[in-house]
Design a protein around this ligand. Sequence first.
Ligand SMILES: NC(=O)c1ccc[n+]([C@@H]2O[C@H](COP(=O)([O-])OP(=O)(O)OC[C@H]3O[C@@H](n4cnc5c(N)ncnc54)[C@H](OP(=O)(O)O)[C@@H]3O)[C@@H](O)[C@H]2O)c1
Length: 284
Amino acid sequence: MQPADITAVTFGVGPDQHLVKAQALAMTRTHEEITMSANQLSGTTAIVTGASKGLGRGVALALAQAGMSVVGVAREPARLAELEAELGESFTPVAADAADPVVAGQLIDQYEPRLLVLAAGASPLSRPLHHQSWQSFSRNWEVDVQQVFHWTREALLRPMPPGSAVIAFSSGAVIAGSPLSGGYAGAKATIRYMMSYAADESERGGMGIRFISVLPQLTPATELGAAAVAAYAARSGQEVADFLASRGPALQPDQAGKAVADLAFDSNAAGSYLLAAAGLKELA
Ligand SMILES: NC(=O)c1ccc[n+]([C@@H]2O[C@H](COP(=O)([O-])OP(=O)(O)OC[C@H]3O[C@@H](n4cnc5c(N)ncnc54)[C@H](OP(=O)(O)O)[C@@H]3O)[C@@H](O)[C@H]2O)c1
């Protein structure tokens, strides 16, 4: 059932009015409505940011294979077009900056997704702290954190329908730190906090939207990860192959895709999860 309140939330009201209205409408949803729709993502639309390559591409493929229509967002159109050629009608490419404050609201209004996967992320400059500028240090705050802020806010304000989910990419660097990546680990820790704050707002407002963070292990299987692996190997005076040999199997994009699809389709999944080649591990 499409809740009647979706059409009632319009542009043109101030943020506070918008929030009060969204909360009031969400309060009218029954518990039954929320639990019944949690497992009904198949056949609906997912928006995946960072879908054109790396882990986000793995997620887009897995969700399309699981029967969802996927709207993939990235800035470079060429790689999106390649994915469209592979997936056909189940994939809609959107060349846009996921950290743009207007893009989140526009795409959520246009596509009415039941699932948001926020995988877009900037590649940090791989240098020690004192070789960063403030601009390079704060890059992941401007892109990764800002993106999650705008999309999360829009998801709560609209609000997305009960049974919807928002899954944001944090990082295993939150646990171990990332001394060659400027503000990256702190930015990713903030994303994890933001998902937990948003989950609390969803619960308080009776919205039935799940907010989940995933913390992938460092992997050389993507451009972002390969650059970081090369920097940490050089720092420890090792060849990349030796550095990797001590770390066990590397997470692959298809494994990340399957893991995120599992979280999306499991209505009991909540909170934050470490993500490694061996699978997901729920964090306390
Ligand atoms: N790989 C790892 O080892 C690792 C470990 C932990 C966490 N993560 C996190 O996992 C996520 C995916 O990483 P990845 O390794 O798959 O990176 P990747 O291979 O570099 O891919 C990044 C994706 O994000 C898109 N993107 C970047 N900035 C964007 C923006 N402003 N707006 C829209 N799209 C944007 C890129 O496309 P365009 O450049 O065309 O926009 C690309 O599709 C990131 O959040 C990353 O921090 C990765």
